[in-house]
Design a protein around this ligand. Structure first.
Ligand SMILES: Nc1ncnc2c1ncn2[C@@H]1O[C@H](COP(=O)(O)OP(=O)(O)OP(=O)(O)O)[C@@H](O)[C@H]1O
Ligand SMILES: [Mg+2]
Length: 355
């Protein structure tokens, strides 16, 4: 069971809430602006060290306060750990089992989670960076060394770009290429492996939820007929002009092919949401298998933009995953869960459990 107890203080509209979660399904319901999304965002923050909506810290601290504090009791294979986060304009403070000094990676290992919210379509229809982040998340959970490689690659890219921006000679820029290529190829290999592992789950989820064939098409960030070193060489003039590196894994994309066409150009919003949900569920399933533990899945208003049948198919798959779910809804009788859920009511930022 991922999270047993959770509390949040001074997070958005939440002054002080406490949640004793069910290991299976939890439904938080309440009217508009009662605090439903705030609760899910607080839970997500505890597992990621940042907002899933990209909101800055200052907008997350309750108006008039200086900091927010989150705490969770997380169970993993019979062992309970305590995870705490304190955040203010001065920065993020993470504590896992009394050890301070950690960051987002420690939180992600302690409380691995995924989110489906009303903006989930962006994963299909939005810019490639969201799909790169998606792929990196899978790779992070599937391969031990991936995060370290990713960090080293980011540093190499930053240094190469800084050299390009400061107008250094092409020969100096070439001096960065060997390290850049070595790390880039490791990232590329990690992403290809992550994709390979997640593909079956995606195809199955896509077929089940959309009734049609869905597959990924991976673009590494440079023309595949070229070696990366060649691609860097042929774009060096352009790199210098633009002050940034044009070829590499920071330009990778993942195309979703639905009915043999590129999904982002074709499908309706409801279909985009279902496709994006299929991606999230496939990632969740893949990480659960790799970590051998259930994940926490946060569903913010899953009913939004889905008809009854589509919602039923989505929730059917969610139920089959065997993860812990915290979902929100405007009304308590939502046909979201096929089995019994622990019910919580929220109003004006105050959370209470229903008997
Ligand atoms: N930093 C903050 N301090 C105080 N209140 C905030 C802060 N940030 C957001 N709020 C308020 O919190 C309230 C609850 O927002 P939230 O998004 O959680 O509502 P919700 O229940 O998800 O609503 P909806 O059903 O419309 O999605 C809103 O009125 C919002 O203005
Ligand atoms: Mg909301």
């Amino acid at each position: 069971m991922p999270i047993q107890a959770f509390s949040a203080r001074d997070f958005r509209c939440l002054e002080n809430i406490h949640l004793e979660a069910d290991p299976g399904f939890n439904l938080i319901y309440g009217p508009n602006a009662s605090g439903k999304t705030s609760i899910l965002e607080a839970l997500a923050y505890l597992g990621r060290g940042k907002s899933f909506r990209g909101a800055p810290v200052t907008s997350l601290v309750r108006h008039g306060e200086r900091e927010f504090v989150l705490f969770g009791q997380v169970e993993d294979g019979g062992r309970t750990s305590n995870v705490g986060v304190r955040n203010s304009a001065d920065g993020l403070e993470v504590r896992v089992d009394g050890e301070s000094g950690g960051g987002a990676a420690e939180l992600a290992s302690a409380l691995p989670l995924q989110i489906i919210d009303p903006d989930v379509h962006d994963l299909v229809a939005g810019a490639p960076d969201q799909r790169r982040r998606y792929l990196d998340w899978v790779a992070f959970h599937v391969e031990h060394g991936y995060l370290g490689t990713w960090r080293r690659f980011r540093r190499a890219l930053k240094q190469r770009n800084a050299a390009l921006k400061s107008g250094q000679a092409a020969t100096t820029i070439r001096g960065w290429n060997a390290e850049f290529v070595e790390l880039a190829l490791q990232i590329d290999a990690g992403r290809r492996l992550a994709l390979e592992v997640a593909t079956e789950a995606l195809e199955e989820a896509g077929r089940d939820m959309l009734g049609s064939e869905v597959r990924f098409e991976y673009r590494p960030g440079w023309k595949e007929e070229h070696e990366l070193l060649e691609a860097l060489e042929s774009s060096i003039e352009r790199d210098l002009q633009q002050g940034s590196t044009q070829a590499g894994p920071h330009r990778a994309d993942l195309r979703l092919i639905y009915d043999e066409r590129q999904a982002r150009k074709l499908v309706s919003r409801g279909q985009q949401k279902l496709l994006a949900c299929a991606m999230v569920l496939a990632a969740t399933e893949t990480a659960q298998t790799a970590l051998e533990r259930p994940l926490l899945l946060l569903l913010d208003d899953p009913a939004a933009e889905l008809d009854e049948d589509s919602l039923g198919r989505l929730m059917g798959r969610v139920a089959n995953l065997g993860c812990q779910v915290v979902a929100t809804s405007l009304l308590p009788e939502i046909g979201v869960f096929t089995t019994r859920a622990a019910m919580f009511h929220v109003e004006h930022g105050v959370l209470s459990r229903e008997k």
